[in-house]
Design a protein around this ligand. Structure first.
Ligand code: LLP
Length: 424
C-alpha cells in the first residue's frame, strides 16, 4: 500500500484512515458521492483553529482581526468567522453585502481598494462601516464629498506604502514604490493634514499592507517601524489615531515552506507597538482559510504519452487558477490509496489551453475514476474561479465533525446564460 505521510500535509484536520482520506470525521469519498465533483471542501475545525491562533497571539492586546473576504467569500465561511467575532476587510460593495448577509457586523468592516466608486462609498457609509482605507488624494476628496451629500462623517485611515520588499511573488507584493497601492510615505503627512481639514471626514487610523504569502516576518516588522514613525509625527501635529491596521499577508505552507507561526509573525509587530493606546488591526486572508480547504476532483482519463503521462481530471484552471496564474504548487493526494506502482503525471483539466494544469510531474498511484484532493485550496481558489469553457462553478461544502453542509450548490449551465439573449 502506498501509505501517505500524513504529517507532511498542511491541513491539520486531514487524516488517512484505513487507506482513505478523511476531513474531520468524514471520508472524502462520501462527500464526492453526495455532492459530486469538483467540489471545494472546507474544515470548520481548521477555520476555527486558524482564527484561534490569531486570537491567542493577540490576547491581552486591544486588537481586531478583520478577515480578508477576497480569500474566500462564501457565506458559510464568513458566518463561521462572524460568529467568532471577526471583523472583515472588504474590497467591494459586493463583499460588504456578503458580510452583512452572513451575519457580520458593519461596525467591524474596513474597506480597502484603490478604486472605490461613489456608489460603493454611499453603500458603506449607509451601512456604517468602521473605516475606509483610503489609497489616494483623489479618493480622499471624493469620500469627503459623498459623506457630505449624506450628511455624515466618513471614518478614514490612509493606506501608506512603506516601500519595503516583502520578498514574495511579484504579482502579490503590494508595498513597493512602483505599486498602484497606497499613498507614498513622503506624501502621508500632507494628506493627513488635508483629511483633517475636510469637514466630512474623521481621521481614524493608518493602514498598510505589503504583500501576500509572506514567509519572513522581517519586512513586516520594518514596515511597522516606519508606520510607528509616521504615527509619532502625526501626533506631534495634533493628529491622534485610534487604530493602526497592519494588513494581511502571513503565508502558509503549500509544499516545504516554513512560514512563521502566527505568534512569531506578530511578536516583532507587537513589540513595535508595545504600550501604545491605539487598537491594532490585521487583515489576514490566506492564513485563516488556505489550509482549511481542498479541492476534490475525479480523474476522468489517464492518458499515457511519449514524454509525459496525463491525469485528466474534472477540475480545471477555471476552478483553481493559482497554478496557471502564479505557477503555484498545490499538493495532490489520492483519496484512496492503491497498491499499484506510482507513475509520474501531469494533472490537467479539460480546458482547451496548455496553461490548464493543476500540478506538474507528480508521482501518483492512481487509476481512472479515482478521486484526488488538491490541498491548500481554501484561499483564492473559489473566489478566483470563472466559467471559462461554460463550466459551472464547483460546489462548496463545509465539514463540521461528521456533518457536511452544502454551502454553495454546484452551478447549472442554465444559470450561466440565464442573463443572456440571442439576437432576434
Ligand atoms: N489586505 C489587503 C489590502 C490585501 O490586498 C490583501 C490581499 C489582504 C489583506 C489579504 O492578504 P493575505 O492575508 O490573504 O495574504 N490571489 C493571490 C493573492 C492576492 C492577495 C491580494 N491581496 C494568490 O492566490 O496567491
Amino acid at each position: 500500500m502506498n501509505t501517505p505521510d500524513t504529517s507532511a500535509w498542511p491541513t491539520p484536520t486531514l487524516h488517512a484512515r484505513k487507506g482513505q482520506l478523511t476531513l474531520e470525521e468524514l471520508a472524502l469519498t462520501d462527500i464526492a458521492e453526495r455532492f459530486g465533483t469538483p467540489t471545494y471542501v472546507y474544515s470548520r475545525a481548521a477555520l476555527v483553529g486558524a482564527f484561534d491562533a490569531w486570537r491567542a497571539a493577540l490576547a491581552g492586546r486591544r486588537a481586531l482581526v478583520c478577515y480578508a473576504v477576497k480569500a474566500n467569500s462564501n457565506l458559510g465561511i464568513l458566518s463561521v468567522f462572524a460568529r467568532l467575532g471577526a471583523g472583515f476587510d472588504i474590497v467591494s460593495g459586493g463583499e460588504l453585502e456578503r458580510v452583512l448577509a452572513a451575519g457580520g457586523s458593519a461596525a467591524k468592516v474596513v474597506f480597502s481598494g484603490v478604486g472605490k466608486t461613489r456608489a460603493e462609498m454611499r453603500q458603506a457609509l449607509g451601512a456604517g462601516i468602521r473605516c475606509f482605507n483610503v489609497e489616494s488624494a483623489a479618493e480622499l476628496e471624493r469620500l469627503d464629498a459623498v459623506a457630505g451629500e449624506l450628511g455624515v462623517r466618513a471614518p478614514v485611515a490612509l493606506r501608506v506604502n512603506p516601500d519595503v520588499d516583502p520578498k514574495t511573488h511579484p504579482y502579490i507584493s503590494t508595498g513597493l514604490k512602483g505599486n498602484k497601492f497606497g499613498v507614498a510615505f513622503a506624501d502621508a503627512l500632507a494628506l493627513y493634514r488635508r483629511a483633517a481639514a475636510l469637514p466630512h471626514l474623521r481621521i481614524s487610523g493608518v493602514a498598510c499592507h505589503i504583500g501576500s504569502q509572506l514567509l519572513d516576518p522581517a519586512p513586516m516588522a520594518e514596515a511597522a517601524q516606519k508606520v510607528l514613525g509616521l504615527v509619532d509625527r502625526l501626533a506631534a501635529q495634533g493628529i491622534r489615531l485610534e487604530h493602526i491596521d497592519l494588513g494581511g499577508g502571513l503565508g502558509i505552507r503549500y509544499r516545504d515552506e516554513t512560514p512563521p507561526a502566527v505568534a512569531d509573525y506578530l511578536a516583532p509587530l507587537l513589540a513595535v507597538f508595545a504600550g501604545r493606546p491605539e487598537e491594532l488591526c490585521f487583515e489576514p486572508g490566506r492564513s485563516l482559510v488556505g489550509n482549511a480547504g481542498l479541492l476534490l476532483t475525479r480523474i476522468e482519463y489517464l492518458k499515457p504519452g511519449e514524454e509525459k503521462n496525463f491525469a485528466i481530471v474534472d477540475a480545471a484552471m477555471n476552478d483553481l487558477a493559482r497554478p496557471a496564474l502564479y505557477d503555484a504548487w498545490h499538493d495532490v493526494v489520492p483519496v484512496v490509496a492503491r497498491d499499484i506502482a506510482p507513475q509520474r503525471y501531469e494533472v490537467v483539466g479539460p480546458i482547451c489551453e496548455s496553461g490548464d494544469f493543476l500540478a506538474h510531474d507528480r508521482r501518483l498511484a492512481v487509476a481512472e475514476g479515482d478521486l484526488l484532493a488538491i490541498l491548500s485550496a481554501g484561499a483564492y481558489g473559489m473566489t478566483m474561479s470563472s466559467n471559462y469553457n461554460t463550466r459551472p462553478r464547483a460546489a462548496e461544502v463545509i465539514v463540521d465533525g461528521a456533518s457536511a453542509h452544502l454551502v454553495r450548490e454546484r452551478e447549472t449551465v442554465a444559470e450561466l446564460f440565464a442573463a443572456e439573449k440571442p439576437l432576434a
